[in-house]
Design a protein around this ligand. Structure first.
Ligand SMILES: Nc1ncnc2c1ncn2[C@@H]1O[C@H](COP(=O)(O)OP(=O)(O)OP(=O)(O)O)[C@@H](O)[C@H]1O
Ligand SMILES: [Mg+2]
Length: 235
C-alpha cells in the first residue's frame, strides 16, 4: 500500500468539504477519482500533498503518517501534484520551467536523466525546449505541467483535471504517457471529468459526491454501474 487516506475530513475555515474519506492507492496502481464539480476532488488532492490541513483523519504514505509534515517534505518522500489547469511559468522557456521545478536534492542529482525521460515521453517538449511556455498550445502546456510534476521523480503522481479543455487527440497522448509512467513503476491518482476515458484507463476508481466516497471498486465495474452510466455518462 502506497497511500492511505483514513477517515479524512477537511475544508476551508468553517466550511467542511470532505467527510470521513477513506482511500487506498496500492503500489503500481492507476486509480481514478471522479465526481461532479464541487465534490471535493481538488481539496482531497491538496490535502494529500499538505496544501490543505485536515480537520480530522490521517494520511499515510508508505506506511508512514505524513499528516503533519509540510508539502516540501512530502515531495521529497515521493508525492507530486500536477494542479488543476496545470500551471507553467509563461515567461520562462520550456527548459527553464523544468529546471526551476527541480528543487529537491534528488531532483537535481537526477536532472539530466529525468530530462531525457521527459523528452522521450513528450518529444514535442524537446522540440520546443527554448520556446516561452506562455506561447505553447494548451495541450503542450498541459504536457509541460505533467513533465514538471515528474522532475521530483515521484513514486505517486497526482493529476488534477487531466483532460480539461484539451482536444481528444491530446487526451489520448497524455493517457499513453500515463501507461508509460505506469510501466516505469509510477503510481497514478487521476482526477478526471471524462469519466469513460478514465474508467477505461485505470485499475480502480472512487466516486466522490458532496465530499463523501459514495462508490468505489474496479474501474471496469464502475463503467458498467447503472448509476454511473445514468449520472456521469449520460445514458
Ligand atoms: N480556497 C477555498 N476557500 C473556500 N472554499 C473553497 C476553496 N477551495 C474550494 N472551496 C470549496 O470547496 C468545495 C469543493 O471544491 P473542490 O475544488 O475541492 O471541488 P472539485 O471536486 O475539485 O470541483 P471541480 O470539479 O469543479 O474542480 C466547493 O464548494 C468549493 O467552493
Ligand atoms: Mg477540482
Amino acid at each position: 500500500m502506497l497511500l492511505r487516506v483514513n477517515d479524512l475530513s477537511a475544508g476551508y475555515g468553517l466550511l467542511k468539504v470532505l467527510w470521513d474519506v477513506n482511500i487506498v492507492v496500492n503500489n503500481g496502481e492507476k486509480v481514478a477519482l471522479i465526481g461532479p464539480n464541487g465534490a471535493g476532488k481538488t481539496t482531497l488532492l491538496k490535502t494529500i500533498v499538505g496544501l490543505v490541513k485536515p480537520f480530522n483523519g490521517r494520511v499515510f504514505f508508505e506506511g508512514e503518517d505524513i499528516t503533519d509534515i509540510p508539502t516540501y517534505l512530502r515531495v521529497r518522500k515521493g508525492i507530486s501534484l500536477v494542479p488543476e489547469g496545470g500551471r507553467v511559468i509563461p515567461k520562462l522557456t520550456v527548459l527553464e520551467n523544468l529546471l526551476v521545478a527541480a528543487t529537491t536534492k534528488e531532483a537535481k542529482e537526477k536532472l539530466s536523466d529525468t530530462l531525457e525521460l521527459i523528452y522521450t515521453l513528450f518529444p514535442i517538449l524537446k522540440e520546443r525546449k527554448d520556446q516561452l511556455a506562455g506561447t505553447l498550445s494548451g495541450g503542450e502546456q498541459r504536457m509541460l505541467a505533467i513533465a514538471r510534476g515528474l522532475i521530483s521523480r515521484p513514486k505517486l503522481l497526482l493529476v488534477d483535471e487531466v483532460s480539461l479543455g484539451l482536444a481528444p487527440k491530446v487526451v489520448t497522448q497524455i493517457y499513453e504517457v500515463f501507461n508509460e509512467l505506469s510501466k516505469l513503476g509510477i503510481t497514478l491518482l487521476l482526477v478526471e471529468q471524462y469519466v469513460v476515458k478514465v474508467l477505461k484507463s485505470t485499475d480502480r476508481a472512487y466516486l466522490l459526491e458532496q465530499g463523501r466516497v459514495v462508490l468505489e471498486g474496479p474501474s471496469e465495474e464502475l463503467l458498467k454501474n447503472d448509476y454511473i452510466r445514468k449520472t456521469y455518462i449520460g445514458e
